[in-house]
Design a binder for this molecule. Structure first.
Ligand SMILES: O=P(O)(O)OC[C@H]1O[C@H](OP(=O)(O)OP(=O)(O)O)[C@H](O)[C@@H]1O
Ligand SMILES: NC(=O)CC[C@H](N)C(=O)O
Ligand SMILES: [Mg+2]
Length: 503
């Protein structure tokens, strides 16, 4: 998951895109970038780091224009430390294209060869987004050769792109001199919505919170397989570019990735989390007597709504036992296991009096690598808890994800090839209760009649696109593993420098 935004306005858009990126920061912490267009000229600034660090006043001043794009990156291909892979990406032909992408192409490696052999295009990074922009450029070139570029020809190009690329993608692009293009994969795995301000200013973004927080009213989600083109005069053109679109949004967005105040595909993320808490409570009641629990404590941040609802349902007090350092980012999306581990203790601190002599039920939204749970259970014990129980609002994460969440290998997942009892022992909890997969799907689907299902592969091992071959898995895993090792090395040397500076 990354956060993407695109704006077409009559006013300068640099500050607006910056503000929207701040609202999407939770979706990517490793790099940020903005591109604006004035006339046919592009202005771009992108670098590693969080939005606040990447854009200084001088960078903002150098982004003129009334149309633009932005992205915050959480890499799922390539490397967090490679600045060239930060987005947006730019190609100069045809017309001049810039593009931002949330998602992951499962056939990027094959396309890279195909682009070189057949389309005579060179890809210079390990980023699947660079592949994507080149496929789009090639298809626009093909449909518009010797002809003026019309909305219909753009949609024809998107149709062709959708036939070539596999995996998940929410995309926003600018075509110099023509307008803003957005499209979403035919399964609607990654989110994308759009809205307008009162003066007609148009915004497309990953989450509705980016629209609301910048004074735009959500119009609707981009439908799976649909493309949207807003020309420079502000006229909106839309077309379905896929023959078999179905809506299967990523379940992990509702579990963890998205902000709770967003509404995605008609589902309130907050309500989804409350519902997960409700069904987790039912599961808990059937597993252990709630009378053994003195207090329910969330593991901040994302588990709060589920923990609150669970506590309400079992009739136990809900207390804040951990304080979160708001200046440490989300640990799960940090590159490198060393950095993630160190950050849990930097990020969360226990309040002793909520734990002393009590049987506590800690609730997290999910347990992925087990980094957080293992540390937190130990911290609860150190704070004097008598018994430490742990409940996860999501089911065990047992399978790799290839659609935009960076967990490409099963080995890194704590629940892979382990029984619940083995996981409990590893984490060191006195009891461990997991959400049930079907119950979770049922209570979230209940919020959106007509939904085809969810992309929930990390929980159920079913890959909705149905076309990820054994070779694709192997290639993605090998590539991520080698990049992961590089990231681990860089993270380790950063930590070493940091400790040397501290001590
Ligand atoms: O089992 P793990 O590999 O540790 O991953 C799961 C944890 O990571 C996430 O928290 P994170 O700190 O990223 O963000 P949050 O503040 O939104 O909860 C998630 O909410 C879990 O707490
Ligand atoms: N998480 C994402 O959406 C990542 C986008 C793209 N695959 C990248 O690595 O930059
Ligand atoms: Mg968390």
């Amino acid at each position: 998951m990354c956060g993407i935004v695109g704006v077409l306005s009559k006013q300068p858009v640099n500050q607006l895109i910056y503000d929207a990126l701040l609202l999407l920061q939770h979706r990517g912490q490793d790099a940020a970038g903005i591109v604006t267009m004035q006339g046919n000229k592009c202005f771009m600034h992108k670098a590693r780091g969080m939005v606040r660090d990447v854009f200084r006043t001088r960078n903002m001043r150098a982004l003129p224009g009334t149309v633009g794009l932005g992205q915050v990156r959480y890499p799922t291909a390539g490397n967090a430390y490679n600045e060239e892979e930060a987005q947006p990406f730019y190609v100069n032909a045809p017309f001049g294209l810039v593009l931002v992408h949330n998602g992951n192409l499962t056939n990027a490696h094959a396309l890279k060869d195909e682009l070189f052999q057949n389309d005579r295009r060179h890809i210079n990074t390990e980023s699947d987004t660079e592949v994507l922009i080149n496929v789009l450029a090639h298809e626009i070139e093909r449909v518009a050769r010797d002809l003026p570029l019309t909305p219909d020809s753009i949609f024809e190009a998107v149709r062709a792109v959708q036939k070539r690329i596999k995996g998940s993608y929410a995309v926003i692009a600018l075509i110099a001199g023509h307008g803003l293009l957005a499209f979403r994969d035919p399964f609607g795995i990654r989110p994308l919505c759009f809205g307008q301000a009162e003066d007609g200013e148009f915004m497309v973004a990953s989450e509705s919170v980016a629209l609301e927080g910048t004074g735009h009213k959500l119009v609707r989600d981009v439908a799976p397989g649909e493309a949207l083109f807003i020309d420079t005069a502000g006229r909106v053109h839309t077309q379905q570019c896929n023959d078999n679109p179905t809506l299967n949004p990523c379940m992990f967005e509702f579990v963890y990735l998205a902000r709770p105040d967003s509404v995605m595909d008609g589902i309130s993320v907050y309500q989804a989390r409350l519902n997960m808490g409700e069904t987790l409570a039912q599961r808990l009641i059937s597993t252990m007597p709630p009378s053994d629990i003195d207090v329910v404590i969330p593991i901040p941040e994302s588990s709060r709504p589920s923990a609150m609802q669970l506590a309400h349902r079992i009739g136990k007090p809900y207390r804040e036992g951990f304080v979160k350092n708001r200046y440490v980012g989300r640990t799960f999306i940090m590159p490198g296991q060393g950095a993630r581990k160190k950050s849990v203790r930097q990020k969360l601190n226990a309040i002793g009096l909520e734990f002393k002599g009590r049987n506590v039920l800690l609730v997290d939204d999910s347990i992925v690598r087990g980094t957080t749970s293992k540390e937190i259970v130990q911290m609860a014990r150190e704070a004097g808890a008598r018994k430490v129980y742990l409940a996860s609002a999501a089911p065990p994460v047992r399978y790799p994800n290839v659609y935009g969440i960076d967990m490409p290998t099963s080995e890194e997942l704590i629940a892979h090839n382990r029984t619940i009892e083995e996981i409990r022992a590893y984490i060191g909890a006195d009891a461990l209760i997991y959400q049930d997969v079907d119950a979770m799907k049922r209570v979230v689907a209940a919020l959106r009649p007509g939904l085809n299902g969810f992309e929930a592969s990390c929980f159920d091992g079913q890959y909705v696109t149905g076309d990820v071959s054994v070779e694709d898995f192997a290639t993605i895993q090998a590539q991520r593993k080698s990049q992961g090792d590089e990231e681990e090395d860089s993270a380790r040397s950063r930590l070493a420098l940091q400790s040397r500076a501290e001590g």
